[in-house]
Design a protein around this ligand. Sequence first.
Ligand code: NAG
Ligand code: NAG
Ligand code: NAG
Length: 508
Amino acid sequence: MASRAPMLLLLLLLPSCPEGCPAACHCYSATVECGALRLRVIPQGIPPGTQTLFLQDNSITRLEPGTLAPLSSLRHLYLHNNSLRALESGAFHAQPRLLELALTGNQLRGLRGAAFAGLVQLRVLYLAGNQLVRLLDFTFLHLARLQELHLQENSIELLEDQALAGLSSLALLDLSRNQLGTISQEALQPLASLQVLRLTENPWRCDCALHWLGAWIKEGGQRLLSSRDKKIMCAEPPRLAMQSLLDISGSSLICIPPSVHVEPLVVTANLGEDLRVACQASGYPQPLVTWRKVPQPRENRPQAQAQLESGMPTLGGHGAPDTGSGMLFLTNITLAHAGKYECEAANAGGAARIPFRLLVNATRPHRLAPLAPVVRPADHEPQHETGSMAFRALGLATQTAIAGAIALLALTALLLAAMICRRRRRRKKARAPPGEGTLFVNDYSDGPCTFAQLEELRDERGHEMFVIDRSKPLFVEGPVETPEDRSTTEGLAPMSRLPPRVAYEIHC
Ligand SMILES: *[C@@H]1O[C@H](CO)[C@@H](O)[C@H](O)[C@H]1NC(C)=O
Ligand SMILES: *[C@@H]1O[C@H](CO)[C@@H](O)[C@H](O)[C@H]1NC(C)=O
Ligand SMILES: *[C@@H]1O[C@H](CO)[C@@H](O)[C@H](O)[C@H]1NC(C)=O
């Protein structure tokens, strides 16, 4: 190509290149122009020495593995205004010289951690105007030289603490016009070179978790924000809506630690029955409610005690806190279901747990087995527990309460069932229908999208279980590494705390 440099003008006029140029494209020097050609795939025959490749304004839905592989000299790749829905892992691994990658205006819904692997020289990455919802830990880990990251005009609602890890050269981060309610200090920590930060036009939730941001901007962070960028407006709570974070005193940025309520705390179920147990939680911001089965069945464990956080003493003035509810949903109860469970509610202000015990009446309806109303699973429930299991018939007051609760739950359960059905219908056919002993762990606090995060597991007895996995991306397939730091915050944490983002494990 270099030898043809003197003929550049001629080549511009006669854009057919003897070395080969994809049909309808224009090739000159080391540049290939294939913009607005209604292409659905990257065309074949792009000269391997190409340094600048224009593919914008097409309908490319997918980067076929291998099509970019020969283009190791690429410096600039323009793929904006296409229809890309996902990027394969290692999609750009053969582009070690790429400086600029434009993916603005595609339909990307998620990014795999390895999508940008190999882009060791990349300086500018445009991802604005896609449909990104979550930025997962280590998404940009490979981009040590990246200077500009444009993420504006997506639907990003969660920025995980390590999502920006590795971006030590980043000078500009644009997260404006997204759906962020909060952002942690940890998330911005890796950005040692940051010069410009844009956070405007997000529905910020001005609570204790955002306390750090206000304080930081008022101090050193100022220099990163232009006067326009300082208008970080609160969307929540109502009393702070439409106010700028910078105009609010730190003492107004509060959380109400959760409290949880389960009634009754002990239930006996018969074999084969279905059971729903509601867990009501209150607090601000709305707590995430999670059920888990307590793994170790030893008595007198402190963990088995209710750890209701003592709420802030002056809650009255802040209006009714949001309530969340979570449902433990067991079908076709077997002995393996018996044991201790725990409902946990967590928000940025702290966490609260309440224990719940399920006893299983092993008496088959068709024959009587007196004196053995309660049976524990033999294999991993120690003997000494059996003595403490005696079930007391529910008192009248409790029964009344149950009746009330059941009425309340009926509608919720119906809704839940409908959602699950819808969800399950969409599941791959390969999944067997739920066998005996299905454990649904539901969480109403963030709506039906939670079901995208339900993970199917099996315990050692082969029971199918569904567990909410918040670390699991909503749209990206394949495993995601998440560090196992289950940092439950006890008590009031005024600074930068996101709700736990870790998998909720159930050991049966
Ligand atoms: C995107 O590309 C189409 C052609 O595929 C074009 O008509 C449209 O104007 C482009 N949109 C933008 C915002 O550039
Ligand atoms: C256990 O189940 C049997 C048969 O359904 C029933 O007769 C008995 O009352 C139950 N016991 C308790 C404690 O619920
Ligand atoms: C419930 O579980 C038992 C085995 O424990 C099984 O035989 C039965 O078919 C299951 N019932 C339903 C409705 O799944």
